[in-house]
Design a protein around this ligand. Structure first.
Ligand SMILES: [Cu+2]
Length: 669
């Protein structure tokens, strides 16, 4: 009997997750496999076989994972975590076999298997021909703009030497250093009552980082900016004073406030010029974790340290389960060399493709966060990712911990979940309860799979973020009983009941994510266009700092495109009325030029993620920012509750600065 008629497809599906994408603590993407198979003959016609079994393995054929029994039609099996996957279907004598021994009938490979080393691309681009590279490559400095210091190389990825001569095609910007600039101090906690008035002054500060004194920016001379705590439904007055070199405004990220105080330059206000001020009235309708940051040239201003948290407390004492104490952590990275932060583009951003990945990680502005706990202590950790483009994958190592995710941007989940790790994209927030079960040192780490696109290989990046010394003495009170239970928040369930009938409503508006480029530096073009370029669901690390750096906003335009009308970015016209509920579909096509992940943020409103790649989302929580990985289609139900002109944009700082933004209008009821 022939098996020539047998065909099939195997689709890698991302399993449900409370986060934007499901990965292991080691950063491996998790996949279930959806098979659609036709034409398999009865197994007995091929030999002494009774069934078909599907297997998954790597290109090295080790290890081999038995996925399960498969037949014609659709079967979904799981779960695998390989970087590159080979799928095999064999005829076997029994469904109980533990190793493949029968006849192979079908096989397939994941897209990552096709990733090829870029040597060929570089060869064709003339970059491996060293004859045109002067012995002193620094002689090429003069061909770029003056004043640039190339970023440090990635320690594990070697680049062709000719690339080291490239420079961005914009003028560099760096803060002027001056010994009179004050040394920054750690943030203070501002517990503000209703009606309080404060100043928020953005100005240069000096920092001592990694043994060198560098000039950065701070709100009120602090890093991060002061931590503002208020009760829900309170209002504060904030005078913003701009002592930076750029016109800008302050955005109160996630807060459903009065439109004229949203801090979106040219949309809700004129930018505040250097030396100017603006008075904001900030009302906090919802308990949750928010943050404030500049909303113009955040690729420079936010990256240099202008960010702070807003913790809005519920007036309900039972809002969260009890915890022994809280930690509020802002996660960041910084691209820094011997002389200080790598210069920025004065008139347009550098790093316009990937966004600016830092080479060092910061927690609350420091290279390392430390804390202490007692055995059994439950610590509520409030996490905000303020980096320009990096998605973190946080987990604990060392002394045993357990962790559950309880809340995100604008409130609590309907249902809490146990998690081994937290995936947090730029501008997202998550609240996790962590119990330190054993004495010892519990280390908080960022662990991801980075890609060396030159050599076509995956490798692990493991970066320490901090550590908690857990003492042997027991914590009091002991919250073990409440910690061990996952809460289902009846009030959140009841609130979402009002929206549930709309979860399956048809898509009202779709946005596709794409990119246009002008003349990029020569080697970037083959790197982007070659068939061999593999697009991972998430680029977790900047492994090609030189390449990332030289693509500037002069040559790159990121695009939100409405397929129905062909309109793009600020030309898109959406008009709603307060009370409307609309379904938005965000499509991140992996075949688009330079496809990568994008954290999409909507101002002044809140939304629920209803489905990811067509799979209904059961981890419901009010969000204002959602990660859309490469190749993913994410549906959100947007509630229009707040009148005005509001932005929708990518939160990668270099993407919003290079076009990836739009405005929609909400009329009063
Ligand atoms: Cu983006």
């Amino acid at each position: 009997m022939s098996i020539d008629g047998a065909t099939g497809t195997a689709r890698l599906l991302s399993p449900a997750s409370p986060f934007g994408v499901a990965v292991t603590p080691a950063g491996e993407h998790q996949y279930d496999i959806q098979f659609d198979v036709q034409g398999l003959p009865a197994p007995s016609t091929l030999g002494p076989y009774r069934t078909y079994v599907a297997w998954a393995t790597t290109p090295q054929m080790h290890p081999v994972v038995k996925l399960g029994v498969i037949a014609n039609g659709r079967t979904t099996l799981g779960r695998i975590t390989f970087d590159r996957t080979l799928i095999l279907i064999s005829a076997e004598s029994s469904a109980a076999v533990s190793e493949r021994s029968g006849r192979l009938v079908l096989r397939g490979t994941s897209a990552a298997v096709r990733m090829q080393p870029h040597d060929l691309a570089f060869l064709l681009a003339g970059l491996l021909d060293r004859s045109d590279v002067p012995a002193d490559a620094h002689a090429h400095h003069a061909t770029g703009a003056d004043g640039w210091t190339p970023p440090p190389m990635h320690p594990e990825v070697s680049m062709p030497p000719a690339l080291m001569t490239l420079r961005p095609d914009v003028a560099p910007y760096a803060l002027a250093t001056d010994d009179a600039i004050p040394l920054a101090r750690p943030r203070e906690l501002l517990q503000l009552g209703d009606g309080a008035s404060i100043n928020r002054t953005a100005a240069p500060v000096r920092r001592v980082l990694f043994g060198r004194t560098v000039t950065m920016l701070g709100f009120n001379g602090q890093y991060p900016g002061p931590l503002i705590q208020v009760d829900e439904r309170s209002t504060i007055q904030v005078r913003f004073v701009n002592h930076t070199d750029f016109p800008t405004a302050v955005h109160w990220h996630g807060v459903r406030l009065d439109n004229r105080f949203d801090g979106a330059p040219h949309v809700t206000q004129d930018p505040v010029p250097p030396g100017g001020t603006f008075d904001y009235t900030v009302h906090f309708p919802d308990a949750g974790l928010y943050w404030y940051h500049p909303h113009h040239r955040e690729d420079v201003l936010q990256d240099l340290g202008l960010y702070g948290n807003l913790l809005v407390r519920s007036r309900d004492p039972g809002f969260f389960a009890p915890a022994n104490r809280e930690e509020i952590l802002m996660l960041d990275d910084l691209l820094i060399g011997e002389a200080g932060p790598t210069e920025y583009g004065r008139d347009a951003p550098t790093h316009a493709l990937m966004g600016r990945f830092g080479n060092v990680l910061l927690v609350n502005g420091e290279p390392r966060w430390t804390s202490t706990a007692r055995r059994g202590e439950v610590v509520r950790v409030f996490l905000t990712n303020v980096s320009s483009t990096r998605v973190f994958n946080l987990s604990w190592q060392g002394a045993r911990t357990r962790m559950k995710v309880v809340a995100s941007d604008l409130g609590r989940y309907e249902q809490e979940s146990w998690v081994d790790n937290v995936v947090i994209a730029p501008a997202e927030r998550f609240v996790v309860d962590v119990r330190f079960d054993d004495a010892g040192e519990a280390r908080l780490v960022n662990r991801v799979r980075a890609i060396d696109h030159i050599q076509a290989r995956f490798f692990e990046e493991l970066q320490p973020l901090g550590a908690v010394r857990v003492a042997a003495g027991r914590a009091t009170p002991d919250h073990a009983a409440t910690f061990n239970r996952l809460r289902r928040n009846a009030d959140v369930v009841a609130e979402f009941d009002r929206y549930r009938s709309q979860f399956d409503r048809p898509v009202d508006h779709q946005l596709s994510i794409t990119l246009e480029t002008g003349s990029l530096p020569f080697p970037l073009t083959p790197l982007m266009n070659f068939e061999s370029v593999y697009r991972h669901p998430v680029e977790w690390s900047g492994t090609m700092p030189e390449m990332d750096w030289v693509a500037t906003g002069k040559a790159v335009r990121w695009i939100l495109r409405e397929p129905g009308t062909g309109r793009e970015n600020m030309d898109i016209r959406w008009r709603f009325r307060v009370g409307d509920l609309v379904k938005l579909r965000l499509v991140n096509d992996r075949r688009a030029l330079h496809a990568m992940q994008h954290p999409i943020h909507i101002h002044g409103q809140r939304f629920l993620v209803t489905a990811v790649n067509g799979v209904p989302n059961e981890h419901r929580v009010w969000k204002d920012t959602v990660l859309v990985p490469t190749g993913f289609t994410t549906d959100v139900l947007l509630e229009l509750s707040n009148p005005g002109k509001w932005m929708l944009h990518c939160h990668v700082a270099e993407h919003i600065e290079t076009g990836m933004r739009m405005v929609f209008e909400v009329d009063p009821k």
